[in-house]
Design a protein around this ligand. Structure first.
Ligand code: BYC
Length: 315
């Protein structure tokens, strides 16, 4: 059989991308494309798993049974998202144990947003509304990502994120309509989570080293700034609707462009958090490491049971 040259494989690959044909695990793909996906998908998986911690912190303190059941379901959904995403990374040849070890040793990144503390119940509202709201903005286009397993995982993830966003907005609406103290608590949560939520979309386009190539490969469909702008345009009127104010004195609506214009983002703060120096980075990783250690006996027991069953079957 005639051997196909690398250049021809690359041409066929790009042709598929250009025609919006999904790339599947067994298809040939350039190594850089594989590595970019492993990087993004594993960071995304870690974000879902670490993202359980700030909210998990409030399950036992939810103000009533309904709120507790909803929050519990949301946090469990995030675990599910992490598992689909680790599986999607495995289809590219990533080893799950190594991927998780990279998180625990501080080698791997995860979303900056989860390194901020959750101080009051209103933070559950702010996270659902702003963080899941930002996640949806970023993840809906990922349903059209060129890599099949990632794109398909995102369809279900986005449906669940949409429920999460609504539950957060409902908490904020209720608090904003409540006593002056409750309204102040909602405003305080918005003040603390607004800027970190804008940072979730990643650095400005001029400083984003991966966007251009990822867009050529149709892994990303929009730039970081485009998605951040969409989020601002949708969210500022929502805040106004419930009587809260985004903490940005420069925020203004530009009649000519039809967009809100926000003030400067503190990128020094962003990079410090990404480097591991945010308020909760150390705590988050310590909790994940300790969970792994404490779960050792469960993994041992499950393996022993699986081996016993396999022996019985082959006997
Ligand atoms: N935090 O060239 P860039 C969730 C890094 S989970 C930390 O623009 P790219 C949820 C970036 O990795 C939300 N690091 O990169 C869960 C890169 O570093 P490396 C997570 C960040 O990949 C529970 C460098 O900065 N969502 O929704 O083109 C409860 C340069 O950036 C951040 C996803 O992961 C950040 N915010 O674009 C509730 C979605 N931003 O790797 C909610 C999938 C950038 O070169 N990921 N960096 O060392 C993406 O869409 C893209 O990876 C990003 C960044 C838009 C995040």
């Amino acid at each position: 059989m005639k051997e196909v040259s690398i250049d021809e494989l690359k041409r066929r690959f790009q042709e598929k991308i250009d025609k919006d044909i999904k790339i599947e695990p067994k298809d040939w793909m350039p190594d850089d494309y594989r590595q970019t996906l492993i990087r993004q998908i594993s960071q995304h998986a870690h974000s879902e798993i670490v993202g359980m911690l700030p909210e998990g912190n409030w399950i036992t303190r939810a103000p009533n049974l309904r709120r507790k059941a909803v929050l519990l379901a949301k946090v469990q959904d995030e675990a599910g998202h992490g598992l689909y995403l680790y599986s999607a990374a495995e289809t590219l040849g990533a080893d799950r144990e190594e991927t998780i070890d990279d998180l625990h040793t501080g080698k791997a990144k995860y979303s900056s947003i989860f390194n901020y503390p959750t101080l009051t119940w209103a933070d559950m509202g702010a996270i659902g509304w702003l963080v899941d709201g930002a996640a949806i903005m970023n993840q809906v286009p990922l349903c059209r990502c060129s890599y099949g397993p990632y794109a398909r995982a995102m369809v279900r993830v986005c449906k669940e994120e949409s429920f999460h966003q609504r539950q957060g907005f409902e908490i904020m609406t209720t608090l904003a309509k409540g006593t002056p103290e409750q309204k102040a608590m909602a405003q305080d949560a918005l003040n603390r989570f607004w800027w970190p939520a804008l940072m979730m979309f990643g650095p400005n386009d001029a400083d984003s080293k991966h966007t251009e190539q990822s867009m050529r490969w149709k892994i990303k469909r929009h730039t970081n700034d485009e998605l951040r702008q969409q989020f601002v345009d949708v969210t500022v009127p929502q805040a106004e609707m419930i009587g809260l104010t985004v903490p940005d004195k420069d925020m203004k609506f530009n009649e000519a462009t039809g967009h809100y214009e926000h003030g400067p983002i503190n990128w020094d703060e962003f990079w410090e958090v990404v480097k591991g120096n945010g308020p909760c980075n150390k705590d988050r990783i310590d909790v994940r490491r300790s969970a792994k250690e404490k779960g050792e006996w469960v993994r041992e027991a499950a393996n022993a049971y699986a081996e016993k069953r396999a022996r019985r079957k082959s006997a």
